[in-house]
Design a protein around this ligand. Structure first.
Ligand SMILES: Nc1nc2c([nH]c(=O)n2[C@H]2C[C@H](O)[C@@H](COP(=O)(O)OP(=O)(O)OP(=O)(O)O)O2)c(=O)[nH]1
Length: 166
């Protein structure tokens, strides 16, 4: 099924789960993970996860990156938000960060396998279906707001705007 106008009224949409993602981009490569468990297990993504109670998005993304990859981003900056209407699971608002450096050594953990990809060979076919609509903007250092409607793993509708001030 595909929609021309959104099947979701975004003016009244309220997210249930706040989450984060971090993309470290350095020396023409991007640091991704193969996610070993949780939502999106088996997919390739940036490190990140749900924001804990009492945490800011920035605190959360630093904690998740440390927990999943044993590295800490340097000078992270928020470039985007992703609003996911998920159908049968709670809706997600994800804050997306980029950093151009880090401390530590990317290390496999119980949650993730670290993977470096050249910016010319990002494995979009192994990522969530929406990622190709906004990750190229992050790589160009552009800000964005993406809204997506999913049914299961399948994207039904998408809209991305850029030039958003966070
Ligand atoms: N790139 C990308 N990431 C997504 C999409 N949808 C979605 O939830 N994510 C991210 C947001 C979060 O970082 C992650 C979901 O959180 P999670 O289940 O890993 O949370 P967590 O690490 O706290 O896991 P847990 O403690 O519940 O096991 O997946 C998507 O369409 N594209």
């Amino acid at each position: 099924m595909s929609f021309i106008s959104s099947p979701v009224d975004w003016t009244t949409w309220t997210p249930v789960i706040p989450a984060t993602l971090m993309f470290i981009v350095k020396d023409g490569r991007i640091l991704l993970i193969e996610k070993k468990r949780g939502l999106g297990a088996g997919k390739i993504n940036g490190p990140g996860g749900k924001i804990d109670a009492g945490e800011t998005p920035l605190e959360s993304v630093m904690r998740e990156t440390q927990e999943e990859l044993c590295v800490l981003p340097i000078n992270p900056r928020k470039l985007g938000e992703l609003w996911f209407s998920m159908g049968d699971i709670p809706d997600i608002l994800c804050h997306v960060y980029r950093a151009d450096d880090f401390t530590g050594t990317p290390t496999e953990t119980e949650e993730a396998v670290p993977l470096w990809y050249s910016l010319q060979s990002i494995p979009y076919q192994r990522m969530w279906e929406d990622d190709i609509h906004w990750l190229p903007l992050l790589l160009e250092d552009k800000t964005f707001l993406g809204k997506f409607v999913f049914e299961g793993d399948s994207m039904q509708w998408s809209h991305v705007e850029t030039g958003v001030a966070w």
